[in-house]
Design a protein around this ligand. Structure first.
Ligand code: ADP
Ligand code: MG
Ligand code: MG
Length: 213
């Protein structure tokens, strides 16, 4: 795989917008069990705004950092729910990780997942086990870092991150929420997958398909 350009990242955001739009109903349904049923709408509005903002730009004239910064700004402006600032910070951190570069080397690309996870954790202060999107992002980041540091091919590293995010999201069904809106439910949140963790697994999966394919 060759280095990722701004055009590749814009394509990734377009794929994310399409996929999240398709999963909107499912994500709202999950949020309906333990939250306020708007998570799919929030995520679809956010990624829709990102895709529109990026469509208006010339990929040849902007850096990967500009792409992520544009994504951060549009997502934040479009989303009123808690996921807004969390994903905005994630995109800002991904942008900062590649500052000054014209393209992202293939074997460095999984670091996007690591930077996003750190941003979400710094912003939301959730810990693994709190039943949030961190329960998908954190294991994905650990898998990404381990594979990248071992020098594995990007496709393999992305596949491992995707699997870790999916397993992490599934595991939230066995957790009691202690952060965010669903923490008000206490034990009643048990048995339901966290909507933010479910959407995180989708985001990581689409990133893996788009960036490693
Ligand atoms: P809201 O709860 O404001 O309606 P959303 O429905 O868009 O926001 O997002 C809910 C998701 O946000 C939760 O399922 C959870 O994964 C995530 N979340 C909430 N608070 C935090 C936090 N402090 N850190 C990480 N993720 C969080
Ligand atoms: Mg909600
Ligand atoms: Mg809400």
């Amino acid at each position: 795989m060759s280095a990722l350009t701004s055009a590749d990242l814009i394509k990734m955001f377009r794929a994310l917008s399409e996929r999240i739009e398709a999963e909107k109903g499912f994500l709202c349904e999950l949020d309906g069990h333990i939250g306020d049923a708007d998570h799919g709408i929030a995520m679809a509005q956010g990624f829709g705004a990102v895709a529109r903002a990026l469509d208006a730009l010339d990929p040849a004239a902007i850096s990967p950092t500009d792409v992520f910064n544009t994504a951060a700004k549009s997502f934040l402006n479009a989303v009123g729910a808690s996921s807004g600032p969390l994903y905005a910070t994630a995109f800002m951190r991904a942008g900062a990780a590649f500052k000054g570069k014209d393209a992202i080397a293939a074997d460095e690309a999984p670091a996007i997942i690591e930077a996003m996870a750190r941003g979400i954790q710094d912003r939301g202060k959730a810990e693994p086990g709190d039943k949030t999107m961190i329960d998908a992002w954190q294991p994905a980041a650990v898998a990404a870092a381990a594979g990248r540091e071992a020098g594995k091919p990007a496709a393999e590293v992305f596949a491992a991150a995707r699997k870790a995010a999916e397993e992490g999201a599934a595991a939230t069904a066995g957790m009691v929420a202690s952060k965010g809106r669903s923490s008000r439910l206490g034990e009643r949140s048990l048995g339901h997958v966290d909507p933010g963790a479910a959407s995180a697994a989708i985001v990581v999966a689409v990133m893996a398909e788009s960036l490693a394919g």
